[in-house]
Write a protein that binds this ligand. Structure first.
Ligand code: 6PG
Length: 472
């Protein structure tokens, strides 16, 4: 045997599942994990009888691979990646390829690509989405980095990824950190969609006072509509689940404090740096943060008054239908914000992203896969250079027709005192974008008043300062 087709470092759930997936497509896979017992357990159980080669030193791992070696890192993003790179660069040879399949911060990927290039090693920062199930059965793969190197791993990626009727959910996205940037924005959109769904659930539960079975049925129905998506689908399934001991709906027993590993926050931070408005993603990140203040919330829930008007007296069918339309609008606006960020980043970092390809590969395998991505893909196929999706006739048509549903739902949420940070961010985004005149004239006047920052005028060109006050 002349060596394994690929090697995977990191035998966590994702690494193991992806190794089995790749092996099932006819490739030989070497595996390595820092803690030996993990590798042993993997080859003795899940990988028993398969073309998986266990290795117990990095040197054996490297030497077990076919040249040029393809090393896929499936380790925790951060310091662990740098540590492995330091060790691997001593063992790998010129033209070998390292693929980072974790959720690495794109600036780290940029630095690591430069570093590896200096060592003569190719580097592919690659986003992989789909969780454990996706890794095993077909994830969405978002590769970026050296194109030459990508061509060498393409066969493996194309065999292991998910497929839709539009082809494989894997496409070379661009140089440097393009793959990890796209994955980061994917996660930002993921945060937004999850929050929109959670807000809908909150409105159904505490606004309409629906029972859990009814809410579950609603999500199941929604999944047959324009909202069809992985996240809506799993929400229905989650609501169905009962705790084995108490037999209560499991979701009612889960503490309402949301965790986060950082990709949503990075999307928000980068959008601020690049000056791209993504308020729904920001709203979703903030919602997770505020959920963490559980004890404060508990204290304040007894102290701060809510509205007196009570809920539950609503035409349920009508409300649910409006809520479905509201979610649709909010989902579209979340994708629009993410895509806008990708467009600006693509120009700024010379990724040369093809946004219709991004939308196409997101249609399957990944967490944000949704029917609406078909519409989005088609819009970009026709108009690759749209500054923002909301300029497309197709989207303006949908928005004009459906936006009243969002307004209606927000009025109810405000009346009932139910927080809807992501949904309200969507409406503010929409109303700000369509406002010919915003009160920024007053902001400019204030800036000039206290800081002599100057302002532009509507009636003549140039920058002006006014002596607003007598200073000394
Ligand atoms: C995916 C997911 C995956 C993971 C993230 C989000 O595309 O498969 O996005 O990468 O769920 O780590 O995690 P947090 O919610 O903890 O930020």
């Amino acid at each position: 045997m002349d060596g394994s087709d690929i090697g995977i470092i990191g035998m966590g759930v994702m690494g193991q599942s992806f190794a089995l997936n790749i092996e099932s497509r006819g490739f030989t896979v070497s595996v390595y994990n820092r803690t030996e017992s993990r590798t042993r357990e993997f080859v003795e159980k899940r990988a028993k009888g398969k073309a998986v080669v266990p290795t117990y030193s990095l040197r054996d791992f490297v030497y077990s691979l076919k040249v040029p070696r393809k090393v896929l890192l499936m380790v925790k993003a951060g310091e662990a990646v740098d540590e492995f790179l330091r060790m691997l660069k001593e063992l790998l040879e010129k033209n070998d390829i390292i693929i980072d399949g974790g959720n690495s911060y794109f600036k780290d990927t940029e630095r690591r690509s430069d570093w590896m290039r200096r060592e003569g090693i190719f580097y592919l920062g690659t986003g992989i989405s789909g969780g454990e199930y996706g890794a095993l059965h077909g994830p969405c793969i978002m590769p970026g980095g050296d194109k030459e190197a990508y061509q060498q791993v393409e066969e493996i990626f194309l065999k292991a990824c998910a497929y839709t009727k539009d082809g494989p959910c894997c496409s070379y996205l661009g140089p440097g950190s393009a793959g990890h940037f796209v994955k980061m924005v994917h996660n930002g959109i993921e945060y937004a969609l999850m929050e929109i769904i959670a807000e809908s659930y909150h409105l159904m539960r505490d606004g309409l006072l629906m029972d859990i079975e009814d809410i579950q049925d609603t999500f199941e129905e929604w999944n047959k509509s324009e909202l069809n998506s992985y996240l809506v689908e799993i929400t229905g399934k989650i609501l169905e689940k009962r705790d084995k001991v108490t037999e209560k709906p499991l979701v009612d027993l889960i503490l309402d404090k949301a965790g986060q590993k950082g990709t949503g926050l990075w999307t928000s931070k980068v959008s601020l740096d690049l000056g791209v408005p993504v308020p729904t993603i920001n709203g979703a990140v903030n919602a997770r943060i505020i959920s963490g203040f559980k004890e404060d919330r508990a204290k304040l829930s007894d102290k701060l008054r809510g509205p007196l008007i009570h809920n539950g007296r609503e035409d349920k069918d009508n409300f649910i239908s409006l809520l479905r339309r509201c979610c649709y609008i909010c989902m579209l606006l979340s994708y629009a914000q993410g895509m806008h960020l990708l467009k600006v980043a693509s120009e700024k970092f010379s990724y040369n992203l093809n946004l219709s390809e991004v939308a196409r590969i997101w249609k399957g395998g990944c967490i944000i896969r949704a029917r609406v991505l078909d519409t989005i893909k088609n819009i970009y196929v026709k108009e690759q250079n749209l500054p923002n999706l909301i300029f497309s006739d197709e989207l303006t048509g949908i928005l004009n027709e459906q936006i009243s549903a969002l307004r209606h739902i927000l009025i109810k949420a405000v009346t009932w005192g139910i927080p809807v940070p992501a949904m309200s961010a969507c409406l503010n985004y929409y109303d700000s974008y369509r406002a010919k005149i915003l009160p920024a004239n007053l902001i400019q006047a204030q800036r000039d008043y206290f800081g002599a920052h100057k302002y532009e005028r509507v009636d003549k060109k140039g920058f002006f300062h006014t002596e607003w006050q007598k200073i000394g």
